[in-house]
Write a protein that binds this ligand. Structure first.
Ligand SMILES: [Zn+2]
Length: 304
């Protein structure tokens, strides 16, 4: 480790060479050495530079040119020792960041065995839903599915139909509009509710990217990564992997919500509604029958 993990002031007091109060140049010949580590205490301590003594919570343990150690305030280093201190502080911070990233990745690897049931379930659901999507494409047309996707993108779950207004409705409409044409072709129309599709948002997501490319494949790769390999990662790869690791819980939640939508969409009653969008009822019928059979068996009690 390239830095010290410091929790309490008491830890510092017992260190050999630690001094809570030291003279530095120009008060003496003593100069700044290295930064050993940052700290954040709950009680204020005094800065160890004798000409400063500023009370502070956040600061750094440093070494000196003559082999001593002291604790200095967060802003004191740059102020008293200039750019050499700033460089040292950055070195320590970057080492800490690297360490945190390695730990985050290793922690995820440790939790993978607990996640395996969730992951297998996601994989199964993914395959089932992809099959259902293919089957729907066969029972309709690829273009029909494409239109479902477009409908999903404009949040068009509600299916409506245009109907001519009644005389009374038209009278009310004319009273509030500038249009006064009363010819038959111009007769005002109204949208009438027909049905509402459930889980249509399933068609909004790039399901394969969401689940396989962004989640399952990297998890699989990571599960085969050894601890040494992580420590050997370059800064860029480490940063990228750690960032992805941080996003895993959210990625799982996103995948889960896409799967939930897919399950709601591919329910017998919901698929029946597709006839209102022009799907052929007889072509859909076998699929609807199977979906109904599945939901029946899933609610059947296990014990007779
Ligand atoms: Zn100070």
């Amino acid at each position: 480790m390239d830095y010290l993990n410091i929790q309490t002031y008491e830890e510092l007091l017992v260190r050999e060479g630690f001094h809570p109060d030291l003279d530095f140049y120009p008060k003496g010949e003593r100069r700044f050495g290295d930064v050993l580590g940052p700290y954040r205490f709950v009680k204020k301590i005094l800065c160890g530079i004798s000409s400063c003594h500023t009370p502070h919570l956040h600061g750094y343990l440093i070494t000196t040119s003559d082999g001593f150690e002291t604790a200095i305030g967060g802003d004191c280093g740059a102020r008293h020792f200039g750019v050499r201190f700033t460089k040292e502080r950055r070195r320590v911070e970057s080492a800490m960041r690297r360490d945190q990233r390695i730990k985050a990745i290793q922690n995820l690897i440790l939790t993978l065995p607990d996640m395996i049931t969730t992951i297998r379930q996601l994989e199964n659901d993914y395959r089932t839903l992809q099959d259902l999507k293919m089957r729907l494409m066969g029972a309709t047309t690829p273009n029909f599915v494409k239109q479902l996707k477009e409908r999903a993108e404009r949040d068009g779950a509600t299916i409506t139909r245009s109907e001519p207004m009644t005389k009374d409705e038209a009278a009310a409409y004319f009273a509030t509009s500038n249009k006064q044409n009363r010819t038959k072709q111009d007769w005002p129309q109204k949208e009438v509710f027909v049905a509402k599709l459930d889980g249509l948002s399933f068609f909004k997501v790039q399901f394969k990217d969401l689940l396989v490319t962004n989640l399952l494949e990297p998890l699989n790769r990571l599960s085969q990564t050894r601890a040494e390999e992580i420590e050997e990662m370059g800064p860029k790869e480490l940063a990228r992997t750690a960032k992805w690791v941080g996003n895993v819980p959210r990625e799982i939640a996103n995948a889960q919500s896409a799967i939930d939508a897919g399950k709601r969409f591919f329910a017998a009653d919901n698929i029946s509604k597709l006839v209102h969008l022009g799907a052929d009822n007889s072509a859909l019928a076998p699929m609807i029958l199977d979906l109904r059979g599945q939901s029946d068996s899933s609610i059947r009690p296990v014990v007779a």
